[in-house]
Ligand binder design. Sequence first.
Ligand code: SAH
Length: 351
Amino acid sequence: MTAKPDLLSMTIDEMKSLMNSLDEDLYRGKQLFKWLHSGILSYDHMTNLPKKLIGKLDHNYIITNLKQLRLLQSADGHTRKYLYLLSDKNIIECVTMKYNYGTTLCLSTQVGCKMGCSFCASTTGGLIRDLTAGEMLAQVLHVNNALLSQEYLPIRGLVLMGSGEPLDNYKNTLKFLHLVHQPEGLNIGYRNITLSTCGLVPEIRGLAKEGININLAVSLHAPNDTLRKQIMKIAQAYSVKEVIDASRYYFDKTGRRVTFEYALIDGINDKLEHAKELGELLKGFPCHINIIPLNEVDHSDMKKSNENSLNVFIKTLELKGVNVTRRREMGLDIDGACGQLKASYMGAKGK
Ligand code: SAH
């Protein structure tokens, strides 16, 4: 039996073709799209659609549904972590961060991940499967509904930094970006979207040519190949130079400043010499370095750097004239690092 198509994965044009194939007026496609993307995920509330059409849709299509398993809130109330069950019983997680201008959602693009970064909790069980565009969109819609029911500000920005490697699920991720940008739907500006990648060079170059000027964040974590290979499996496929060259290309094509993420790991990549090398590497490139204090995870004995190393590292980069900030540590008390909540949930279930 083939799986029924998911309406949440469809563009307006695809919905119009669908209406055509069902012998319905084409404008019904836009009506359906608007309902779904406003967070109305049940036919009961779609008051302007004929009953006969709803019957056909219900019979032949699905609307991806996420079941909320857990909601955790940080003590300061600014960060929330949602754990969702997918229809095939896989589990994904996403995180909201509340800012003055609205909420930013950090969402997942895959169940698990095959990239194998040694410090990351999402990759321990490997890749289970790609998420569909509809499953990515469902995270935004479900979280938005939850936020609005609690008088929270709606989602204004997206970061693709949850579980998974978005560029390893290129087609679905791109479709999702297109869907959330639709003016008839969530209308989220590309400038308010950041995609984070461990550095898949051909896909970064491909993304640069898509004509969507989203922000790109590249997980660098080391200033040279020897060190990067120790902590990131992907470094065996692409050199630091290739990653930086692709990032420059992205900047040249899109005009969007690239962010390099660098998690400071005690005794591994946090020495003065590393900061100097990183500064040299990125000097003159209009980019931004985001220093992340490592989130310690269960499966690894890597520790976060102490405050002194952190400050020296940042200062050294500043002296080189590089634009650098320290990432705010939000939600540490609720397993804030990607893959951590799922890992602790699964661990607790296993006990
Ligand atoms: N696969 C993508 C996006 C998911 S991870 C990527 O690699 O960029 C999002 C960010 O969190 C990446 O920069 C990743 O390297 C970082 N990260 C993963 N585990 C971490 C941890 N334990 N502490 C700090 N940052 C971590």
